[in-house]
Ligand binder design. Structure first.
Ligand code: THG
Length: 376
């Protein structure tokens, strides 16, 4: 059977460009996905060699699609606590926190990183859903004294074990004193950039929040070039979040591994939900009630036997002795672990580590085993 060639995307203004779009295209990026109505690079050479390179070297990722929602004003802290069941009372300034956002039913609307500048100024660095409208709606309905808007900020991720040396070269040795999930301003060419010790991989690295009102031929391109130059000796490459590495690392992808049907508990984010603030946040009451439901399920890492699995688009059914007990939402062959690695939503009590389950892949049934924790 002839395989149809991969379809192309028609790229127009609706797929908003970034300060790095030209650089990314010139680097020869081969595949993109669409995320918050922007292009997110996913493959430079091929997913396996990109993964090996990420684990050894350093890569530059245009993650501008991680849109920032700025919340500014006297009641900013009140609004942020309204939208998440995570207790933010002890969030330090210049610290990031991973915060589940839930609706009135306790369903996940997004899983962003929240950066706090002060009690009156936050950025929410969002995953792929239209959170701006939700937050604005709540601010308006509650008549809160805040401004909610999307600033012209375009994050650039520097990821991989050599990212520390590259960043030190550009921003000085202070950069390597930053603890994980801290954020601080650094200078490049006399302009100030917020940098966080974070990123969508477990190989270490940073995210640089580039402010750009012009988008072309600007400071973003200069920063890209400077990083590429400093990274030459480490074989730096353009790239993007790597499917293999992120599934090995158990990093969740909103819209893939969870949707608004799922609670944070189901997503394994129960330690980011604090019952003592459930009364203050939207969805708190629903979450408490859903914690008492008989039916429970949770996202777990899974290894799937046999050779490389086909691409996973619509979830694959998981059964145990012919009973449906969950679904696989992300899966791919991992050369480093010599198995297919996967993320799956699994019903209780089948989510215990070591439980063997049957996965119904498009090419047939396979045995799989629930893992204790993620691979990386
Ligand atoms: N960085 C920034 N914004 C983002 C992402 C990011 N917005 C979209 C998306 N990614 C949000 N999702 C995640 C998922 C996981 C993590 C960050 C954002 C993450 N998790 C760590 C882990 O699971 O090990 C640490 C979580 C913690 O301990 O708090 O980093 O990547 N700016």
């Amino acid at each position: 059977m002839n395989k149809a060639p991969a379809p192309l995307l028609s790229i127009t203004r609706r797929l908003r460009s970034t300060p790095f779009s030209r650089k990314v295209a010139e680097a020869g990026i081969q595949a993109y996905t669409v995320y918050n109505r922007m292009l997110l690079p996913t493959v430079l050479k091929d997913v396996v060699s990109d993964c090996q390179h990420l684990k050894k070297n350093v890569q530059l990722w245009d993650v501008s699609c991680e849109r920032q929602i700025a919340i500014e004003g006297k009641e900013a802290a009140t609004l942020v606590q309204k939208i998440t069941p995570r207790n933010l009372s002890n969030q330090r300034t210049d610290r990031c926190m991973y915060i589940p956002i839930v609706d009135d039913t306790g369903g996940m609307l997004n899983d962003p990183v929240c950066i706090k500048f002060s009690d009156t100024h936050y950025w929410i660095s969002i995953a792929d859903s239209d959170l701006l409208f939700w937050i604005k709606g709540i601010a308006v309905a509650l008549k809160l004294d805040v401004k909610v808007y999307e600033p012209p900020i375009y994050p650039l991720a520097v990821q991989g074990p050599k990212s520390f040396a590259v960043m030190e070269n550009i921003f000085g040795s202070e950069i390597n004193k930053m603890p994980f999930f801290s954020a601080k301003f650094f200078k490049f060419k006399n302009e100030s950039f917020l940098i966080s010790r974070s990123g969508y991989s477990k190989q270490g690295g940073f995210e640089i929040y580039v402010q750009s009102d012009k988008k072309e031929g600007n400071i973003g391109e200069q920063l890209w070039d400077a990083l590429m130059e400093a990274g030459k000796k480490f074989d730096i490459r353009a790239g993007g979040p790597n499917y293999i590495e992120r599934v090995e690392s158990g990093l969740l992808s909103y819209g893939n591994d969870m949707t608004s049907d799922n609670t944070p508990d189901e997503c394994g984010l129960q330690h980011f939900c604090d019952e003592t603030i459930f009364a203050e946040c939207i969805g708190g009451t629903a979450l408490k009630k859903r914690r008492e439901d008989k039916f429970q399920q949770q996202i777990k890492s899974l290894s799937i036997d046999g050779g490389a699995v086909p691409a996973c688009r619509d979830p694959w059914v998981i059964t145990k002795e012919d009973k449906v007990v969950g679904q696989v939402s992300s899966a791919i062959w991992s050369p480093d672990f010599n198995t297919n690695v996967a993320l799956a939503m699994i019903h209780q009590p089948y989510w215990q580590a070591g439980t063997t389950l049957t996965v119904h892949c498009p090419d047939g049934e396979r045995q799989s085993t629930v893992c204790e924790k993620s691979f990386n």
